[in-house]
Design a protein around this ligand. Structure first.
Ligand code: ATR
Length: 276
């Protein structure tokens, strides 16, 4: 018997809206692990102090969310290749030797969700249209390129951010103007919205959607609402649609496995627990 209670958590600011505690607690309970997962509201100026203290009180790791995903990398002793490419970390692992390992599982979660929701999806059957060039887009693009996507058509309201992504990720990316978003939606085999548009409380995604057609796979990182206007129109047009909640669930799988030693399942029960 040991009285060690493994703890994990999520560090952000704000943090009250995070669904990760429900997700991880559901898995902890399901696997009979006497641990916990705690939301931690941390200001930027306290980030280093907090992260360095956590392993001393039983934390095996933490998730990192807005606005700390980039700045937390300075605290890592080891950074995974994919986190380096994305330029941000969403997961820290506190190793027994005292070292901090930083990883980014967002792109993994994106792809695992896409593959689960659209089992016939292939990265190389045609261009992938990506809307948005923020932090989420970097993770999506890294994973698409690693999966073998041959061409990514990238549109962002602020074009220089898309150009910056192209210079980081290379020739398989073609940047197009935001006003051309309707055209790339028509031409692409896969369409991904990584912007916050369409989220409850944010502006609507107003790009033309009349080019959507059967045979396309359409996914939205926004999961509140679960069916965004993009997904509703895509479904009506006969596309295969994949909602964004699964990305949240799948990105958590490798982190939970590293921290607690069990690979958890993404299934209806965990979806329901997170939506409660
Ligand atoms: P995240 O980490 O979720 O990607 P982010 O880095 O703030 O968050 O990126 C938000 C994305 O949504 C960006 O691509 C942003 O476009 P800009 O780079 O032009 O800001 C996009 N976005 C947010 N509001 C938008 C709006 N009203 N119209 C078009 N794009 C918008």
């Amino acid at each position: 018997m040991t009285d060690e209670i493994p703890l994990a958590g999520v560090i952000g600011n704000p943090i009250g809206h995070s669904r990760s505690p429900r997700l991880h607690r559901h898995w902890l309970e399901r696997h009979g692990i006497a641990g916990d997962y705690i939301p931690l509201h941390v200001q930027e100026e306290h980030l280093d102090e907090v992260v360095r203290a956590l392993p001393k009180m039983g934390f095996v790791g933490v998730n990192i969310t807005i606005p700390h995903k980039v700045s937390v990398m300075r605290l890592a002793d080891q950074i995974s290749d994919r986190a380096i490419l994305i330029g941000a970390a969403n997961t820290l692992i506190f190793r027994r030797d005292g070292k901090i390992h930083a990883d980014n599982t967002d792109g993994y979660g994106f792809l695992a969700n896409l593959r689960a929701g659209a089992p016939d999806w292939r990265p190389d059957v045609g261009p992938v249209a990506v809307l948005g060039a923020g932090g989420a887009a970097r993770a999506v693009i890294e994973s698409l390129l690693a999966a073998g996507a041959t061409e990514i058509l990238l549109a962002n309201r602020t074009r220089p951010k898309a150009e910056a992504l192209k210079s980081d990720f290379g020739a398989r990316i073609r940047v197009v103007d935001w006003v051309q978003a309707g055209n790339i939606i028509e031409d692409a085999a896969t369409i991904v919205n990584t912007t916050s548009l369409g989220m409850t409380g944010a502006a609507e995604l107003r790009v033309p959607l009349d080019g959507l057609h059967p045979g396309q796979v359409v996914t939205d990182l926004v999961y509140n609402p679960l069916e965004t206007r993009l997904l509703a129109e895509a479904r009506a047009a006969g596309c295969v649609t994949v909602d964004g909640l699964g990305m949240l669930l799948h990105q958590a799988v490798p982190a939970f496995e590293r921290w607690f030693g069990v690979r958890p399942e993404v299934d209806d029960a965990v979806r329901a627990a997170v939506l409660e």
